[in-house]
Design a protein around this ligand. Structure first.
Ligand SMILES: CC(C)(COP(=O)(O)OP(=O)(O)OC[C@H]1O[C@@H](n2cnc3c(N)ncnc32)[C@H](O)[C@@H]1OP(=O)(O)O)[C@@H](O)C(=O)NCCC(=O)NCCS
Length: 169
């Protein structure tokens, strides 16, 4: 197996704003259309994210390669069904294909297993043509449970999405 280095995850910090701004705006991610207007706007998002952590409504992590910010992974419990949580992630386009998203997903799962005993199930909702993301969840052991028609809105388009699930405990 090719080893390209190990990533770590840690809770997001306001100082990550400039790196996220660059990764999200320069990535032009087709199925993850989160345009960030400015570094200040990203700082506001990160402040909200910190409050969400305190309210236990979302747990957003920064993915680090050494001391470099290279992406994010988040776990969002469903409102009213906190035993079910959605996982989402992105990695700097320049570093794709090195196994970093898989590592980040597994570490976020470990966080849920150890620190969030109420979370029974993780799910990912992925555009049917987002092959790299499908590969990540399948490598992590998620099972495809169905197809949600016109579920995702990417720009002006409504896309079909697969729902993948993994029972944690
Ligand atoms: C999805 C994403 C996070 C994957 O990050 P990554 O670090 O490249 O992921 P990994 O390296 O762990 O795994 C990617 C896998 O997809 C494979 N892959 C890449 N392009 C592919 C394609 N067009 N078709 C099939 N497989 C593909 C890679 O070969 C790799 O599989 P392998 O380990 O068996 O070789 C990254 O593409 C991304 O940031 N995309 C934009 C944001 C996004 O779509 N997030 C998910 C929203 S649901």
């Amino acid at each position: 197996m090719k080893i390209n280095g190990m990533v770590t995850i840690r809770p997001q910090m306001i100082k990550d704003a400039a790196a996220f701004y660059k990764i999200l705006n320069e990535g032009h991610f087709q199925y993850f259309t989160m345009n960030v207007a400015s570094i200040e706007a990203e700082k506001r998002f990160l402040r909200r994210s910190r409050k969400e952590w305190q309210k236990e409504s979302a747990f957003n992590f920064t993915v680090m390669l050494g001391s470099k910010v290279i992406g994010a992974v988040g776990i969002m419990p469903e409102s009213g069904r906190s035993y079910n949580a959605e996982i989402g992630y992105f990695i700097d386009r320049e570093l794709h294909g090195k196994g970093y998203a898989l590592q980040a997903v597994i570490q976020a799962e470990q966080f849920a297993l150890v620190f969030r005993p109420e979370i029974q199930r993780l799910q990912a909702i992925i555009a049917v043509d987002n092959a790299p993301s499908i590969r990540v969840v399948e490598k992590a052991g998620y099972k495809r449970e169905g197809c949600l028609k016109s579920y995702l809105k990417c720009g002006e388009q409504h896309l079909d999405a697969y729902i993948y699930g993994k029972i944690l405990r």
